[in-house]
Design a protein around this ligand. Structure first.
Ligand SMILES: Cc1cc2nc3c(=O)[nH]c(=O)nc-3n(C[C@H](O)[C@H](O)[C@H](O)COP(=O)(O)O)c2cc1C
Length: 488
């Protein structure tokens, strides 16, 4: 694809299922780049099925899955016509591990297939999938599922995704793919690999799939240069994300210093050198408070192909946040009474995580303290060596005693939140724990949330993805058949 054909706007991947198929589809149909969050789509699928799959969308996509037998098994096990009752517990499913069971692999492949299939249904626009490098166990089956549905690009941050280009090449060629698993307490020469064989998975000849473009999400020019030269295969572009973006942020360079309010302090060293990024010669998009027409112009003037925007899309009609949360946050933004807090410890990953302070959510200390710790989703666990070729998994947000028994350090558990359960609660798919406690949300957004109400037209209390796209491209001339355009 020539750079001239690349869209100016990438709607960022926002997990879990905030960037769902509806949002990505809406943005793609507008000629821009819609991105689905591929994180935890196995659990999203089984929970949507258990809540009755309103509209039948998941079942429509499942029916198109090209490998026989799997769709029926998953529907038999998880689909509940009419949905489970209010306050009823949702059925759990296995957590990720080094050698996942076939049924877990099926959910990871199918979950990603379904979301991409629906995002691409009925139009020719481009759709990407976003995964977090840190969450390793589901990565290869998730990529394969997305590729089975024809995903156009893979975007990955939260770590250095050096090995992903080779994984994409292998899957596209129908070869077995491997990914080195990071294992704490393992010796240097002990290598643990996550593996997936498309041929074996398809029970013979692998279903042919196309190699998507790969766009690492980075925060420095050094990483752009390194990945362009040293990744295991081709990289087609970059997202350069700054510390005001929603979700997880790269930690500040150097020693961590906190402000009086307890937030990480970022400085000049954390600003990527865009001349150096441009010198790599690949397309790039800038992310982190770029949802203004003037900032789009600034990005283009710096040599970027465009911008990646998250927060502005997170509160539009098509996003996956529950309607009550959107209404509450938009109301606060309108009153100019919302400001994100960059929490240095909330996320079990150890990366700073942006949190929107909101009552009845996990941002509030008393709400957090009331929750009984339980780890039943486990996406953010870290692998650790037990002995020989055995690995265990631990999460600093799990019950403290369990974490210590697994060799974890008590200091790491302080202030950690169960981001997995909280993010699912934020999209209306929260669990009710065995104790009867409902899981409550934790909302992440970029600094831009303070002003997100600017998208509300006078008298309106909601807006659409099209409103965001139109606003961002306000000053960009429309593409005509004769002359060069800007992805419009
Ligand atoms: C609710 C929300 C969830 C996000 N989740 C992810 C994620 O799972 N993976 C990721 O790479 N980026 C994530 N992001 C970052 C966005 O993809 C995007 O880069 C960022 O929001 C751009 O900055 P902005 O929020 O100022 O527009 C998230 C952002 C938001 C607002």
């Amino acid at each position: 694809m020539s750079q001239r054909d690349l869209p100016i706007i990438i709607q960022g991947g926002m997990g879990v299922a905030v960037s769902n198929w509806r949002l990505a589809r809406a943005v793609s149909q507008l000629g821009q780049f819609g991105v689905v969050s591929g994180t935890a789509l196995d659990v999203v699928l089984v929970r949507r099925l258990q809540t009755g799959d309103p509209g039948g969308h998941a079942r429509r996509a499942v029916a198109q899955f090209p490998i026989p037998g799997i769709a029926e098994r998953v529907l038999d096990r998880y689909f509940v016509p009419g949905g489970v009752g209010n306050g009823e517990r949702l059925r759990s499913h296995p957590m990720g591990r080094l050698n996942p069971s076939r049924s877990l692999e099926d959910l990871m492949v199918l979950g990603n297939f379904v979301e991409i299939y629906l995002a691409k249904e009925g139009h020719e626009g481009r759709v990407g999938v976003n995964l977090l490098t840190k969450i390793q166990a589901p990565t290869i089956p998730s990529l394969y599922g997305a590729m089975l549905a024809g995903v156009d690009a893979v975007l990955m941050g939260a770590g250095i995704p050096r090995e992903i280009p080779r994984v994409l090449d292998d899957l596209a060629a129908g070869r077995p793919a491997e990914l080195r698993l990071d294992v704490k307490e393992a010796a240097r020469d002990e290598v643990f690999k996550l593996a997936f064989d498309p041929g074996a998975y398809c029970g013979g000849d692998p279903v042919p799939v196309r190699r998507p473009d790969f766009y690492p999400i980075i925060s420095s020019a050094v990483l752009a240069t390194m990945l362009a030269k040293k990744a295991t295969g081709s990289v087609e572009g970059f997202i350069v994300e700054g510390p005001t973006a929603g979700g997880h942020n790269a930690p500040p360079r150097g020693k961590l210093r906190l402000s009086d309010s307890g937030e990480p302090i970022y400085g000049d060293k954390d600003v990527a050198d865009l001349e150096q990024v441009a010198a790599v010669g690949l397309p790039f998009w800038l992310a982190g408070s770029y949802a203004e027409p003037e900032r789009v112009a600034e990005a283009l003037a710096a040599g970027a192909t465009g911008v990646q925007v998250g927060t502005a899309f997170a509160y539009c009609d098509e996003s996956g946040f529950s309607p009550e949360l959107k209404t509450a946050v938009l109301a606060r933004s309108r009153e100019k009474s919302v400001e994100v807090f960059t929490d240095p410890v909330a996320s079990p990953t150890g990366f700073p995580f942006k949190v929107v302070p909101l009552e009845d959510t996990m941002s509030e200390q008393p709400v957090y303290e009331k929750r009984t710790r339980v780890c039943d989703l486990g996406y953010l666990r870290t692998a650790y060596r037990i002995d020989g070729d055995t690995v265990g998994w631990r999460c600093p947000s799990e019950p403290v005693g369990d974490y210590l028994r697994k060799g974890g350090d008590e200091a790491d558990t302080v202030g950690r939140k169960c981001v997995c359960n909280a993010l699912l609660a934020g999209i209306g798919l929260g669990q009710v724990q065995k104790s009867g406690e409902p899981e409550l949300p934790l909302i992440t957004s970029g600094d831009d949330v303070a002003r997100v109400a600017r998208f509300l037209k006078p008298g309106a209390d909601s807006y659409t993805a099209a409103d965001v796209v139109e606003y961002l491209l306000r000053d960009i001339p429309r593409r005509s058949s004769e002359g060069p355009g800007f992805g419009r």
